[in-house]
Design a protein around this ligand. Sequence first.
Ligand code: SF4
Length: 558
Amino acid sequence: MDIEREVLDTDILIVGGGPAGLALAYHLATTVAADDSLDMPEVVVMEKASYVGGHALSGAVMDPRGLKELIPDYKDKGAPIEADVSGDSFYYLKENGSFKFPFMPPPLQNHGNQVVSLNKLCVWMAEQVEAAGIDVFAGLAGYDLLIEDGAVVGVQTVDLGLDKDGSQKPNFEPGSLIKAKVTILCEGVRGSLTRHAFERIPELCDGRIPQAYLTGVKEVWEVPGGRIKAGEVIHTVGWPQPSHEYGGGWIYGMSDTMVSVGYAVGLNTPDPTNDPHMKFQRYKTHPVVKKILDGGTMLHYGAKAIPDNGYYSVPKLYHDGLMLCGDSAGMLNPARLKGIHLAIKSGMMAAETLVDCIREGDFSISKLAGYQDRYDKSWVRDELYGTRNFHAGFDGGLWSGMFHGAVQMVTGGRGLFDRRPHREDHTYMLQKDEFKQRFGHEPDKKTVKLDNKFNHDKVTDVYKSGTMHEEHQPSHLVIADYDICNNRCTEEYGNPCQHFCPASVYNMVDDEDRPGRQKLELTPSNCVHCKTCDIADPYKIIRWVTPQGGEGPNYTNL
Ligand code: SF4
């Protein structure tokens, strides 16, 4: 059925109110305002969370370089910096012990950096954007990228008021078509519109190495005094991960009594039972971590995928009517575990390109190419180039990765090999039999008792993420073929979705129609929008699409 949709025209459409999109809006507004010869364009910033920052999640230790360029007096203006980094340490964890490295690898040295809550930073950045004259529309979710004659012309927003089966409820409101001269995708990691762009404009990814992802799982704890110092930064590798997996943990002192603790697991693992949430719960029981958290209270939870391959996975950054910024463009330094400063700078470079377009009254692709030129000459590109082979160096496991990382440091990022290929993460997952053949045992899905005081189950953690979804709407996890889930995947992989999802959205339950067999049951209302399932499903039959705007997690202090 054809649905009549309202068409809204604007000049510039920014999709996503994270650090990239907000930096873009702020830099555009302030640059235009400072030049009397320029007229302020119409700008729409859309953010799918119920408030700006509601879906923003990071560790986070921020390199302030980007924010300093954007707003030099950001401290005077009240930017929410939790603490300047006061000390760094790096541990290798074993199950029953630990080794503290006597030196910090240069990429992990954080002197001059700041511990922040990304979601609080986004709230503050949105206030600066609005004060500069640009409105940010929270609760507005993009459903489809509009492409006409090969050019991106805007976004269709999500229909509201559909029932689970897709039928229209009395409060049905069709999504609008927001048409713009330029659409800038700043959606964060694995954005659903960015995925549309990559699928429908293949040249964006021509010659690029597929992105490599981790899933990061995080809690914020209030702890008794004396456990950690404000600004103290601890990174760990090793336990509870086997050495063939990529990842590690962090503990950051947000204050003397507030701790960010988290664990990130590479999604190129061969293990079909990989469960980043359970690994994180086990991680907290290690003495290095437990002595900080014990007796404290968990306040907040969140999870998110992390784009981690860096330089060689950054796509072409523009197309006719389109630019890509921040995590949507994979701008994250994998060796430093940092992307906020790169996201901010990418938004600034996109804004400067748009100012050129406004000045010349020309928003054609040849003008948007100026964004790519700026990136190619920027410190963002140089920083990513300097760690271009970091993730690939860990393909052989932790120890060879540490070796390659050291060689890369003294060879300007090259290492022993350059541009080592990486397949899409899901292709590394082994079937149960293959895993047994390679490792000589079944996947050992180790667990820890979840008492919901120190170690939390997924549902309790989801509650602490503030996640809310209207139950009566179509599932935003679209499964192309349940028959594969309930039969083939059960036999071959053992339904990895029930493990890798950090929010208990995917559960295998008894199938009353097939005694002795199980079937997949979804609880989409638990989804914290981490995008892991969209990446890690081995059959590529799960697609994450946007639910109604204003839904999902409501992160605070994360
Ligand atoms: Fe993440 Fe997918 Fe689970 Fe949602 S359903 S929390 S996107 S893995």
